[in-house]
Write a protein that binds this ligand. Structure first.
Ligand code: HPA
Length: 250
């Protein structure tokens, strides 16, 4: 049975090197996940894959049923989860096409169903979220990146914004003052829900564009995002493949 899952974001509705074995529809008490769960082998390791925005990339970040996605993965026995996510680069070294493995999160999202601990509680639960990502999985990704000689940044503060619009230049200034290095729309509540379910969670953030007001151009185009994601996805895909080989060899 697979213990590791991959959630793919924008640009990752499929995993190029996944040998698909079957698809499974899972219904949850929280509604339907973004898509059927795809079982397969990645570099010989059993994994489950789920496209976060749906198979046809139709779900915007604020409409994703994060609770159903996480619950479904837990239901299948998943213990470790790698999130692939497109982000904008704020810090100088977070240039387009690079892949970062962030180590912190600041949450600016609102109005999303962000907890499993809501109803029918016997007591109030506060999860520890001091370190929002699972360090063992982060290190496995960073080590794999080193082994494969990939262009990976092994840290970064992920600012989670509401979307679906991109930010204003002054909003990015504010995020930078807060300490954010990259900005994306799906990192929360996904990471917190994973922690609530005791799933070890880490993220590969693919920089798709300079954040608003940071690049040489006056605006951000979808063309630019698509082009950079294609290249960054190649790196992320190499990184995942190498990470699996590390996991299967101990
Ligand atoms: N901002 C927020 N989310 C994103 C961006 C961005 O600039 N690029 C890709 N996802």
């Amino acid at each position: 049975m697979a213990e590791i899952a991959i959630i793919g974001g924008t640009g990752f509705t499929k995993l190029a090197r996944l040998e698909v074995t079957r698809r499974e529809v899972v219904h949850t008490p929280f509604g339907e996940p973004s898509a059927p769960l795809t079982h397969g082998l990645l570099n010989g390791v059993e994994v489950v894959f789920l496209p976060r925005h749906g198979s046809g990339h139709t779900l915007p970040p604020h409409r994703i049923n994060y609770r159903a996605n996480l619950w479904a993965l837990r239901h299948l026995g998943i213990q470790s989860l790698v999130s692939l996510a497109a982000v904008g680069g704020i810090r100088k070294d977070m240039r387009p096409c690079r892949v970062a493995v962030p180590d912190q999160i600041i949450d600016y999202t609102w109005g999303r169903k962000h907890t499993f601990f809501e109803q029918d509680l016997t007591h109030v639960t506060h999860i520890d979220f001091t370190e929002p990502y699972c360090d063992a999985l982060r290190q496995a990704l960073i080590e794999a990146g080193r082994r494969a000689g990939l262009d990976i940044v092994g840290n970064g503060v992920y600012g989670a914004t509401q979307g679906p619009r991109l930010e204003t230049a002054r909003e990015i200034d504010r995020l930078e003052r807060d300490g954010c290095d990259i900005v994306g729309m799906t990192g929360m509540p996904e990471a917190a829900l994973a922690r609530e379910l005791d799933i070890c969670y880490a993220s590969c953030a693919v920089v798709a564009n300079w954040a608003a007001g940071r690049g040489a151009t006056a605006s951000i185009t979808l063309d630019e995002i698509d082009r950079n994601l294609k290249q960054g996805m190649q790196t992320a895909s190499d990184l995942l493949t190498e990470t699996m080989s590390g996991l299967s060899h101990g």
